[in-house]
Design a protein around this ligand. Structure first.
Ligand code: PMP
Length: 438
């Protein structure tokens, strides 16, 4: 069902009229015309199973969210300096999903804006500008967030680590030194944080904050060792810094067992930032903190954000929370995620290239290596699997410093049949790529 411009015409038009710094997925780009549930339909009528895009948390074009947005947009959309029910109801509902103490919300329009507000808070309250981040982290699009994102500043176009940013080792258990006992991973990796704080101290500096994704995703779907955040938060707080959990990718029940991925580590951050799935595609984001921090931040300078927290956004956000609860989507994420991990482990027994399988709920990674002993990244193999899955109608991604980790974040409605379809396509693709002698 060809509508509008052809694919080559759009590629040419993008070259003419869009900033060239914007990449396109796949060497043969896809034009989608419709989304429904876990599926995306292209301009040729072909359906693709979307196992990658975690923004459409409840599935593409979820009717409850579409209706909530349409109903509210037809009635009123204005800014938050007027009174409206939706913003307070939404703030109450959102904070109710978080541990006690995290009770005050602020809204923004993107994950970057939420993180930016978290920095402003921490810097205002500590009087320090200095940051602790994990290697290969990504926290957003603005210059102050690129400065906190090794994933950006270490790569082409980046200017390297800024002087106010201190980088700790990524706590990747799969790549931990072989002599470290597993039960010591948390403590051993946390030592890197202590070392960075010591380096800061020698320069007369102290951290304003430590920011990390609760499951570092851009770094390659890395699951923190048990107890890691407990160790780190204690060290950071002792040095006077705030602990910020970036839940932009991993929040809203994706891990299944909990609403928020930091909860799996048994900690309570000082500030939590959220985005992507929050409005099922409607651009919005949030920050949640404690009453005490909120009051101390209230120093006379307002935080007002034109579009943030408007009635339409809050309607979208409320519909997302309603559907997660009504349809028990966290339970589904836990069940289907465990099933997928078990199926991936079966594949691991047959394919040496699969070095590690990891996942929690519907946040999943398969790390590919050319050799299980040296753990040499199998980057070319991963790219071929990614392309091969797309050719077979399944969308996944690759991630990590070596792009050798297959990344999957399917929507929370992902069914057992969807999971079987994904595994079937991966099986076929692994067989084909292995036969090719990648
Ligand atoms: N934090 C993390 C962990 C992210 O993955 C992203 C987006 N990829 C952001 C922050 C920034 O969010 P946004 O693109 O909505 O500004």
């Amino acid at each position: 069902v060809q509508t509008g411009r052809t694919r080559p015409e759009i590629v040419a038009a993008r070259k003419n009229s869009l900033l060239p710094n914007l990449s396109i997925s796949y060497s043969e780009p896809i034009k989608f015309v419709r989304g429904e549930g876990a599926w995306l339909i292209d301009d040729r009528g072909r359906a693709y199973l979307d196992c990658f895009n975690n923004v459409c948390h409840l599935g593409h074009a979820h009717p409850d969210v579409v209706e909530a947005i349409a109903r509210q947009a037809a009635k009123l959309n204005t800014n938050t300096r007027y009174l409206h029910d939706a913003i307070v109801t939404y703030a109450e509902r959102l904070t109710a999903t978080l541990p006690d103490g995290l009770s005050v919300a602020s809204f923004a329009c993107s994950g970057s804006e939420a993180n930016s507000l978290a920095l402003r808070m921490s810097r205002t309250l500590t009087g320090s500008n200095d940051a602790l981040v994990l290697d290969w982290a990504y926290h957003g699009t603005t210059q102050e967030l690129i400065d906190l994102s090794p994933y950006k500043y270490k790569r082409k176009g980046g200017k390297g680590r800024p002087a106010h940013v201190f980088e700790a080792t990524i706590p990747d258990s799969y790549r931990a030194p072989a002599e470290w006992p597993v039960e010591e991973h948390a403590r051993r990796f946390a030592e890197s944080i202590a070392e960075q704080i010591e380096t800061m101290r020698k320069q007369g500096r102290a951290p304003a904050f430590f920011i990390a994704e609760s499951i570092p995703s851009v770094a390659g779907q890395v699951f923190l060792p048990e107890g890691y955040l407990k160790e780190v938060y204690a060290i950071v707080r002792a040095a006077g810094g705030f602990c910020i959990a970036d839940e932009v990718q991993v929040g809203f029940g994706r891990v299944g067992s909990h609403w928020w991925a930091f909860e799996t580590q048994g900690v309570t951050p000082d500030i939590v930032t959220m985005g992507k799935p929050i409005g099922n595609g409607h651009p919005m984001s949030a920050l949640v903190t404690t009453r005490e921090i909120a009051d101390r931040f209230n120093n006379g300078m307002e935080y007002f954000n034109t579009f943030a927290g408007n009635p339409v956004s809050c309607a979208a956000g409320l519909a997302v929370l309603d559907v997660i609860e009504r349809d028990r989507l966290r339970d589904n994420a836990a069940k289907i995620g465990a099933y997928l991990v078990a199926r991936f482990r079966e594949m691991q027994a047959r394919y040496d290239v699969i070095g590690d399988v990891r996942g929690q709920g519907l946040f999943l990674g398969i790390e590919l290596v050319t050799d299980r002993k040296t753990k040499q990244p199998a980057t070319a193999f991963a790219r071929k699997v990614n392309d091969g899955a797309r050719a077979r109608g399944v969308l996944i991604g690759t991630e990590g410093p070596h792009d050798n980790v297959l990344k999957m974040r399917p929507p929370m409605i992902f069914s057992r049949a969807d999971a079987d379809h994904l595994v079937g396509v991966l099986e076929e693709t692994f067989a084909a790529v292995s036969a090719e002698g990648a």
